[in-house]
Design a protein around this ligand. Structure first.
Ligand SMILES: C[S@@+](CC[C@H](N)C(=O)[O-])C[C@H]1O[C@@H](n2cnc3c(N)ncnc32)[C@H](O)[C@@H]1O
Length: 381
């Protein structure tokens, strides 16, 4: 059974290779010295132009200009800062809590599937303020509250959607498999629903950043009470380390980080030296998602997410992993329909309408969040 899967994975890697290497660089070069010295961000743009113009057709020029423009942020209120006036302060700036605004409009009677409703006991605890569509104001830096922790965390508001989609219930045991630098870990804690939270990231320098975020936002007593465990293990091994253990697992994988790749040279995945690593991304993503699903209890939920627009890193990985688990482990996984979720948040974000599985936030000039892909799955057996 493994042979067809390996063949499928190899084909996936070949496609990524073709998709990520600009056409004019596919021929064998004669002299390295004549190689054009393009910055990695420019190579990224060339690659995106080639692949995403095919993937998104007429939508691509608008997504492209948005990706190249200033991104919008959201201010995630720190529930541990114990300062009631933070929300009032953010409202004075004309920002709105998009989470509770959306939940207040949710009509449970109109939904046939209540299992993925975000208006559970936990989601309203997430308060994230954004400026209205077309308003490109910026938030001032966060301030220290009386408990010595910062009052809000600035993040791409679309990054909150995978956490909201995970739909925590009080007392859940939660694994954040690729957690650093910690924006989503912090959001998971802000739900006030984690019985315990395992936050892992392979990179020790990045888990260092994660620890700093936790120290800056969560008072020590609460960190201990929430039983937060920070580790630096290879997430691909989690299925063997702690199989069938967690109620909810977030698998926020390394990806081509499309917006970052267009703006930053440092640590850019499109650097020539990182070509192999880039080509291997879908394989790594598949292995991480498989490990996340194996670490979930039967009946538990997993959300897979990336900040890439690439179908090869998004839907293909989800579909390939579900096939892999069925064939190699006889484990059934069901993709959950998030279309109601999309409707709920469509005043704030611009969603791609044609995902086969999962949802994708498209950058848009009047709502310049994302890209953010997320797909919710339920492990059935
Ligand atoms: C998209 S980032 C995660 C962002 C994070 N969830 C947040 O919201 O701040 C992906 C992370 O995966 C980590 N990573 C890469 N390979 C990994 C592996 N094999 N196991 C666990 N983490 C890995 C990277 O170090 C990187 O920090």
């Amino acid at each position: 059974m493994a042979a067809p899967i390996l063949k499928g994975v190899r084909e996936l890697m070949r496609l990524v290779d073709l998709a990520l290497v600009p056409r004019r660089h596919r021929h064998k070069k004669k002299w390295a010295a004549t190689e054009p010295k393009f910055p990695a961000s420019q190579l990224a743009l060339q690659n995106f132009d080639m692949t995403y113009s095919v993937q998104f057709g007429d939508l691509w020029p608008s997504i492209r200009v948005s990706l190249l423009s200033e991104q919008k942020y959201g201010a995630l209120v720190n529930n541990f800062a114990a300062s009631d006036h933070v929300s009032a302060k953010l409202e004075q700036l004309n920002a709105k809590d998009f989470v509770n605004e959306a939940i207040s409009h949710w009509d449970p009677e109109a939904e046939s599937d209540h299992s993925v409703a975000p208006s559970t006991a936990c989601s309203p605890n997430l308060r994230c303020f954004t400026f209205a569509r077309g308003d490109v104001s910026r938030f001032p830096p966060a301030r220290l509250g009386s408990l010595g922790v910062l009052d809000y965390y600035l993040m791409d508001a679309a990054s909150l959607l995978p956490v909201l989609a995970l739909g925590l219930h009080p007392g859940d045991t939660v694994l954040d498999l690729c957690a650093a630098p910690g924006g989503k870990t912090l959001a998971l804690l802000q739900t006030l629903c984690c019985r315990n939270l395992a936050a892992n990231d392979l990179s020790t320098s990045r888990t260092g950043r994660l620890r700093k975020v936790l120290q800056s936002y969560v008072p020590q007593g609460i960190r201990e009470r929430n039983q937060i465990r920070v580790t630096s293990w290879d997430g691909r091994k989690w299925g063997e380390l702690e199989g069938d253990t967690y109620d909810r697992v977030l698998v926020d994988v390394p990806c081509t980080t499309d917006r970052h790749s267009l703006h930053e040279e440092e640590n850019n995945i499109f650097q020539r030296s990182r070509k192999k690593e880039r080509q291997m991304l879908p394989m790594l993503q598949l292995q991480l998602l498989a490990a996340g699903l194996l670490a979930t209890k039967p009946g538990g939920h997993v959300v897979y997410s990336t900040c890439s627009l690439s179908h090869l890193q998004n839907e293909y990985v989800v579909q390939g992993t579900i096939e892999l688990l069925a064939n190699q482990y006889s484990i059934k996984v069901q993709v959950e329909d998030l279309s109601h979720f999309r409707k709920l948040f469509m005043d704030t974000f611009c969603f791609f309408q044609s995902c086969q599985v999962g949802e994708l936030v498209l950058p848009n000039l009047i709502a310049n969040f994302g890209p953010m892909y997320f797909c919710k799955m339920r492990r059935l057996t």
